[in-house]
Design a protein around this ligand. Structure first.
Ligand code: RAT
Ligand code: ZN
Length: 432
């Protein structure tokens, strides 16, 4: 009797308006769901307006993005030394001339600038930047930020917050910021791999640490992290690591990771984000543009996930060759969340390949992308491109599913897109 009652009250898919889509409808529905769902941008270098000049925006910043600086030196005879000596405005002019006037802007980073100009109805073929400059000069930052995020279909962005950056420190010490759509992240680079150049700053602030991170140092770093968690209320802690990353390791970095960072993450119930595979400064002459990529030994990640089951690890790897291993490790460890197609991987051909592989191995249990935007308006093209690539990959997966005999509805697509671009992060970071 009870069973029958239960069956009667369970609405059928038809009653829910959960109609199954034809193959033709799948593509259009995936596109529509992706276009109308607000994403969480889980890693950027953007700042809430209260951080003043730390937050980059506008045409000169867009053009002097380090991805474009790297391209400038391939298409112009200007030397890096001369370029670094120029004021920002002249640098932007030089990049516009070399990459947008004298050549077709068909690389991913140059097309991005064109897409941003076009999004604001600014000229994309002008020989100079005057109109664009006067448009951006006329914007008020608070409303401009809200407008750009809304245009990009992003409900919140996660910042990268360095507690040892002097200007940032001042803002946090004066009460931080007020925008709930900007979430904080406690970035640990200067502490973990930059200890030798930065431990003195902790010491100056009254933490009993030393150059070798010996004695009470790890406990004091925990006290430092606790103080900064209180100030920032971060959604996770993060560090970028080289292709030589090993764990466990007899080193200051290894010791601080195991004795300070991992326990603090457990104490404050925060994930730790590891971005692995950068080769720093292979060409220091081109500064921020001078980092490269190397294949890492992901056994370090395996050791971490296995030996610290109470910690949750967000991981992005820079080398294309490491992507498959990352997926396999995610199948072994539910405390590991792969995210994003980072930096040199954020090109449609590679994003497509990586995302397809992740879906095949992990279903919807990963976070496909973050923007890594350094300049506000970059979220416009980065998220548009992600949506375009994602719509092909997702629609293809649903068509295969339909072919295998399982109908696909708009509701199930919406549920999956929510999970991929919001829910997985909210759940993993315990935000819900
Ligand atoms: O993608 C980038 O802009 C890199 O320079 C890095 O900032 C990287 O994303 C990082 O967070 O370390
Ligand atoms: Zn980044």
């Amino acid at each position: 009797m009870k069973v029958q009652e239960g069956m009667e009250t369970t609405p059928t898919r038809q009653q829910l308006g959960d109609d199954l889509l034809t193959a033709d409808q799948i593509q259009a529905t995936v596109e529509e769901v992706l276009a109308t769902t607000q994403f969480i941008d889980i890693h950027t270098h953007l700042f809430a307006p209260e951080f003043g000049g730390l937050g980059l925006w506008g045409i000169d910043e867009l053009l002097t993005y380090h991805y474009l600086e790297a391209e400038l030196f391939r298409s112009s005879s200007i030397s890096p030394e001369r370029y670094w000596d120029m004021p920002k405005r002249e640098q932007a002019d030089a990049i516009w001339r070399a990459l947008f006037v004298e050549n077709s802007p068909i690389s991913e980073a140059t097309r991005g600038v064109i897409a941003v100009l076009d999004a604001f109805d600014l000229p994309t073929e002008s020989p100079d930047l005057e109109e664009a400059r006067s448009f951006f000069r006329a914007q008020k930052i608070e409303s401009h930020v809200s407008k750009v995020l809304q245009m990009a279909g992003v409900s919140s962005v996660v910042m990268t917050n360095d507690p040892l950056h002097p200007e940032e420190q001042k803002v946090w010490m004066n009460g931080g910021h007020s925008r709930s759509d900007f979430l904080a992240v406690l970035r640990l680079d200067r502490i973990l791999w930059g200890w030798s150049g930065h431990w003195q700053l902790l010491a100056e602030q009254g933490y009993a640490v030393d150059a070798q991170a010996s004695g009470k140092s790890a406990a004091e770093v925990r006290r430092f992290l606790a103080d900064w968690c209180e100030r920032m209320d971060p959604v996770y802690m993060a560090v970028s690591l080289t292709d030589a990353f090993q764990f466990p390791e007899e080193s200051i970095q290894g010791k601080l990771l195991s004795d300070a960072v991992l326990p603090s993450c457990r104490e404050f119930d925060l994930p730790l984000s590891l971005m692995i595979g950068v080769r720093r400064q292979v060409n220091p002459r081109i500064r921020l543009a001078g980092d490269a990529v190397g294949r890492a030994d992901l056994r370090a990640l395996e050791n971490l996930c296995r030996d610290y089951p109470e910690n949750r690890i967000l991981a992005s790897v820079l080398s294309r060759e490491n992507q498959h291993e990352l997926c396999v490790y995610a199948r072994k460890f539910s405390n590991l969340m792969p995210f994003g197609c980072w930096w040199f991987l954020n090109n449609p051909s590679i994003v497509e390949e990586i995302t397809r592989e992740r879906i095949e191995l992990l279903g919807t249990s990963f976070i496909p992308q973050h923007s890594d935007a350094r300049v506000l308006e970059q979220v416009l093209y980065k998220w548009r491109n992600t949506r375009a690539t994602m719509s092909q990959v997702l629609a293809n997966s649903y068509k295969l599913l339909a072919r295998d005999g399982r109908g696909v509805s708009r509701q199930s697509i919406q549920r999956d897109v929510n999970r991929l671009f919001r829910g997985n992060f909210e759940q993993f970071a315990n935000l819900t």
